[in-house]
Design a protein around this ligand. Structure first.
Ligand code: IMP
Ligand code: MG
Length: 182
């Protein structure tokens, strides 16, 4: 079982559900009468997006963008590449980036700078998790689910080597999982 690889649950399922519900209510209030577009950063943001959008009570669109960052498996290098761009235009739209986690901040600061050139009416960030201690570039996060300590976490969309995205909670892996081959 995947759960056997987990040393410790950091944020349990019920806590996530409650927090996502609160974020959805906040977004619904803040974007009333706006042209809201949720732009999910693949793959990690997918679970958060699917729950968050069902907690948002106002009409909105969804789009996807895939980013890849080079570097070691548990560390982002700051070199970021668009693997899949979004389909539609964001001109004059109120774009809310939906991301799993902000770590160094490199990924989202790059994505933000690219999107900014495409003329959105507004461009904000909603991240389920935030590791403030790891920040390398300044980045304003408008909606944060949870600030977490500097530990590598998996579950609820977050992976290690493409595994564990389907866990319903956020957990810390057993140290041997980072070294052991499949
Ligand atoms: P940043 O560019 O350093 O902010 O990193 C952002 C990306 O690194 C996230 O979207 C994740 O894909 C990945 N990442 C950072 N920390 C973790 C973690 O603790 N678990 C899983 N993925 C992580
Ligand atoms: Mg990610």
């Amino acid at each position: 079982m995947l759960t056997d690889d987990v040393a410790r649950v950091l944020i349990d399922e019920e806590t996530i559900v409650q927090r996502v519900r609160a974020l959805g209510a906040q977004v619904s209030a803040d974007y009333r009468d706006r042209d809201l577009l949720l732009l999910c950063i693949l793959k990690g943001g997918i679970v958060f997006l699917s729950d968050l959008m069902r907690c948002i009570e106002i009409p909105h669109g969804i789009e996807f963008m895939a980013i890849s960052s080079y570097g070691a498996a548990t560390d982002s290098s700051g070199i970021v590449r668009i693997v899949m761009d979004l389909e539609g235009s964001i001109l004059d739209r109120d774009v809310l980036l939906v991301e799993d986690i902000v770590d160094t901040g490199n990924t989202l600061s790059y994505v933000k700078s690219i999107l900014q050139t495409r003329g959105p009416r507004s461009l904000k960030i909603c991240s389920l998790l935030n590791k403030p201690d790891r920040r390398e570039v300044p980045l304003e996060i408008d909606y944060v689910g949870f600030d977490i300590p500097n530990e590598f976490v998996v579950g609820y969309g977050l992976d290690f080597a493409e595994k564990y995205r389907n866990l319903r909670f956020i957990g810390v892996l057993k140290p041997e999982m980072y070294t052991k081959p499949d």
